[in-house]
Design a binder for this molecule. Structure first.
Ligand code: ADP
Ligand code: ADP
Length: 234
């Protein structure tokens, strides 16, 4: 059933008195369990779209719902709680360089009610899941790109999110490392039931793991549907 739903979603930015229509009437449904790819050129509106899901960007017009919640109507306080349902990973990992791997993964748990023993167990469990338990005490600079992305995935999973948002998560990685990260994402989807929304400019990423795809250009969706159908159309 539908988990994420954009309805007539418009986003305008204003810069130097000029209005930029980044998203121009988006209608999109993402179902529980999907690995949904959003593909398009730079400037197409992909980041704005994915940031609409966790409420970082609010629509100028239209609505975005996740489960039962109208994200665009949430108060700042409810939005903070709601965001725990979503994890996010980025092209450049966004790890804190002065913190160890363990501390980076523990950051989202800072304000939780867990005891320090429970936090330690949770972080260890997450690091074990991504295959980096042995790197707990090193700093990000000592890791390869693929390992850094694994740490950021572990951090994104700290609150057991229903949804993982991936913003060009493999664009800074070589092809082999890309495949290993995509296979980790697939494992999250299959074993933890996490719905994944990823944005990319690379067709190979879509073909490797997505079941659904939307092609976006100049703020509009050109095509959407099953990956197979969208890319085998004459
Ligand atoms: P993509 O992720 O596909 O590269 P974006 O969503 O980042 O696209 O950007 C879509 C359009 O909105 C672009 O024209 C971009 O310059 C513009 N844009 C994005 N963020 C802002 C902002 N904060 N202020 C003004 N314009 C923005
Ligand atoms: P690199 O960037 O060095 O290629 P990878 O992202 O491929 O790193 O892997 C990072 C670490 O995770 C490595 O130590 C690797 O042995 C381990 N690893 C890779 N795949 C898995 C997996 N499916 N389960 C557990 N650990 C894995």
């Amino acid at each position: 059933s539908s988990l994420i739903c954009f309805t007539d979603f418009v986003k305008e930015y204003e810069s130097n008195g000029q209005k930029i229509r980044a998203l121009d009437g988006i209608n999109l449904e993402i179902e529980t369990g999907d690995i949904y790819g959003i593909i398009g050129y730079s400037g197409a509106g992909k980041s704005t779209l994915i940031r609409g899901i966790n409420g970082i960007e609010k629509p100028t017009e239209g609505t975005i719902t996740v489960g039962e919640q109208k994200v665009n109507e949430l108060s700042t306080k409810s939005l903070r709680e709601f965001r725990k349902k979503t994890g996010m990973i980025f092209q450049h990992f966004n790890l804190m360089p002065s913190r160890t791997v363990f501390e980076n993964v523990a950051l989202p748990l800072k304000k939780s009610d867990l005891s320090s023993g429970e936090k330690k167990r949770r972080v260890d469990e997450l690091l074990d899941y991504v295959g980096l338990l042995d790197k707990s005490n090193v700093y990000p600079a000592q890791l390869s790109g693929g390992q850094k992305q694994r740490v950021s995935i572990a951090r994104a999973l700290a609150h057991n999110p229903e949804i993982l948002l991936c913003d060009e998560a493999t664009s800074a990685l070589d092809p082999q490392t890309t495949l290993s990260i995509l296979s980790l994402l697939k494992r999250l989807n299959q074993t933890l039931g996490i719905t994944i929304v990823l944005i990319t400019h690379e067709m190979s990423v879509i073909k490797e793991i997505c079941n659904k795809v939307a092609i976006i250009d100049a703020g509009k969706i050109l095509e959407q549907g099953d990956v197979f159908d969208v890319f085998t159309k004459p």
